[in-house]
Design a protein around this ligand. Sequence first.
Ligand SMILES: Nc1ncnc2c1ncn2[C@@H]1O[C@H](COP(=O)(O)OP(=O)(O)OP(=O)(O)O)[C@@H](O)[C@H]1O
Ligand SMILES: O=c1[nH]c(=O)c2[nH+]cn([C@@H]3O[C@H](COP(=O)(O)O)[C@@H](O)[C@H]3O)c2[nH]1
Ligand SMILES: NC(=O)CC[C@H](N)C(=O)O
Ligand SMILES: [Mg+2]
Length: 525
Amino acid sequence: MAAGEQVSNMFDTILVLDFGSQYSHLITRRLREFNIYAEMLPCTQKISELGWTPKGVILSGGPYSVYAEDAPHVDHAIFDLNVPILGICYGMQELAWINGKQVGRGDKREYGPATLNVLDEANALFKGMNDSTVWMSHGDKLHGLPTGYKTIATSDNSPYCGVAHDTKPIYGIQFHPEVTHSTQGKTLLKNFAIDLCHAKQNWTMENFIETEINRIRQLVGPTAEVIGAVSGGVDSTVASKLMTEAIGERFHAILVDNGVLRLNEAANVKKTLVEGLGINLMVVDASEEFLTKLKGVTDPEKKRKIIGNTFIHVFEREAEKIKPKDGKEIEFLLQGTLYPDVIESISFKGPSQTIKTHHNVGGLLDNMKLKLIEPLRELFKDEVRHLGELLGIPHDLVWRHPFPGPGIAIRVLGEVTKEQVEIARKADNIYIEEIKKAGLYNQISQAFACLLPVKSVGVMGDQRTYDQVIALRAIETTDFMTADWFPFEHSFLKKVAARIVNEVDGVARVTYDITSKPPATVEWE
Ligand SMILES: Nc1ncnc2c1ncn2[C@@H]1O[C@H](COP(=O)(O)OP(=O)(O)OP(=O)(O)O)[C@@H](O)[C@H]1O
Ligand SMILES: O=c1[nH]c(=O)c2[nH+]cn([C@@H]3O[C@H](COP(=O)(O)O)[C@@H](O)[C@H]3O)c2[nH]1
Ligand SMILES: NC(=O)CC[C@H](N)C(=O)O
Ligand SMILES: [Mg+2]
């Protein structure tokens, strides 16, 4: 479903064409930070197939050399749109390649800071930018001016640091305004989008709620019904609340209790979502089914596979039981896909590679023949959180740490049994409770307790004990790709360890995990 097109038609949109730079998504991110809607598409996008008209086009950087035989090139129809165009690094080299081919290898690579020397201070693109530090990352350079262009800025190493078309609003810059190392980079993107493209700054979550609710109502129509899997995590809860605002009881949320959720999780989620948010949620207790299938399984990947497959099975079985009021079948499936998932799947990785397709709840779709609704498809995580707050979702839920689908099953190392899950759950609950009490929850990206499959000797009340070990994990990260362990005060760890050993039967010892990622991962399995 082309949900993206809809939003692009409703808000003034800057089109970012991605040539594969690791920074491309940041261009989109920055524009949205000042309330201008921007959407990223691969550089191979045909303009005739766009379905909407952008207010401006930005060509991103990229790892290729424009003169190479297999280099990606933009659809020349962007010039017929008659909107401002900004080429960044590879994007500028692409503009130069199209207009005279004056691009080649530079004498040396230029990576790092440079000082921008603006030649024409009246130029709208560079308003407030002169002498600012800009970030360079290139090996190729312009060997001459593109035909019909003039130089508007230089730097020590780049005589063509900024170029502009003589008569049209087309610009090229050698540096990267989207990275924070370019001190006034945001100013440049703002100058481009607002002063040159005249894009309206109306991309706010308040406006998004209204347009999205209307869009969902139109899409679903007056009688059709929708189902969705809801975990109690941020994304599925926000998506469900939006759905409920749009179609009320015609939305059916299903929470699968897989027996490896956190302590009292199913009951708590039900209370918050049903009583607090008015979401039509059904909790399916399939814990026995999951735990039976997990019996004797110790391999982490097998656990994941079993839980994933059983989840699909349970969800489909329950979905079939729902009978819409109009006598027809359920028509739509809600998914909490976010923009980073979409970017991941459309990001331009190379002309010979196929572009990845993305999955959220893998496997459900093909069998179920349901149409997808993905209301968060255009949003970054912090936009989803903001939206959640506006929709009245409790602050604690909106700022929850992520929780993996396979849950406590990958936090009980070795075989997963009801008893083992119970120990891990209780320890985890004490740990998170203390983190919240100490006011540290929001400083930590993710924290949990793990139950190790080893026994250790202890002494309690003059009695010898021989019980298991709990490992505590807490990390700080921005993207979960790399992470560092959280530096708790010793007194905090002491308190948590004492509480866990005293209050959780079966635990003799507590350790704190001081490994970063890499070389470790966040989860122990
Ligand atoms: N126990 C569950 N019952 C029903 N659906 C689930 C369950 N666990 C996961 N899901 C589904 O899988 C999706 C992916 O989970 P994921 O953890 O990525 O997102 P989330 O739980 O909504 O948010 P967050 O990333 O904040 O945890 C969820 O959005 C939900 O649709
Ligand atoms: O939905 C999920 N299903 C999984 O199988 C899974 N494994 C890890 N994670 C989460 O991903 C992030 C990175 O974790 P790792 O460093 O352990 O890979 C952390 O946030 C982990 O909690 C999962 N989430
Ligand atoms: N960052 C970029 O866009 C680099 C463009 C081109 N590959 C170069 O090395 O000059
Ligand atoms: Mg989750």
